[in-house]
Design a binder for this molecule. Structure first.
Ligand SMILES: [Zn+2]
Length: 172
């Protein structure tokens, strides 16, 4: 009897990401799509479904155990331009305000105001697009999804790279 040859293993992709899971057929479609288009291995985590990320409506997610750490937020300028950022703390407005007041170029928001000194940030209009997300990867993913969706003009940084194949579900 011949020794059986080891089955050829699929070449493993150089990049691996973990995203929140959704129902099995859809998870499978996405992982195949991302693997084929971008050669990225996708693994799925269980604690938050991608549905909760994609359907975030700006009202925040209800959470039985209040854990107000980690949010994705949107800042609005009087000209209508917006900025989307994320932070582990509830909101990073203090730093943004200080940097706008000093007109330093540390943040994209202060850069916007320093270039357009007749503009003013409407701080009261700042809103949390999602809250209670203390997981850094999930928050970065959520931020990138929100940026891809609303294309905020003030952001210089487009956040974590998302394969363009994801637009199919992000921009639905
Ligand atoms: Zn402006």
């Amino acid at each position: 009897m011949k020794p059986s040859k080891p089955k050829p293993k699929a070449a493993s992709a150089p990049i691996r990401i973990t995203i929140p899971c959704l129902s099995p057929p859809v998870s499978h479609q996405i992982s195949r799509l991302v693997k084929n288009k971008a050669n990225i291995d996708v693994t799925f985590s269980n604690n938050k479904t991608i549905k909760t990320l994609l359907h975030a409506n700006g009202r925040g997610t209800s959470c039985s155990t209040p854990k107000p750490r980690g949010c994705v937020y949107q800042i609005l300028c009087g000209c209508g331009d917006t900025y989307i950022g994320e932070t582990l703390r509830p909101l990073r407005l203090k730093e943004h305000r200080a940097s706008v007041n000093k007109l330093d170029l540390i943040s994209a928001v202060s850069e916007h105001i320093s270039k357009n000194q007749d503009h003013a940030i409407i701080w009261e209009a700042t809103k949390a697009l999602s809250v209670n997300n203390s997981n850094w990867r999930q928050r970065k993913l959520q931020e990138a999804i929100d940026i891809r969706r609303s294309r905020p003009a003030i952001n210089c940084d487009q956040g974590t790279h998302l394969p363009s194949a994801w637009d199919l579900i992000i921009l639905e």
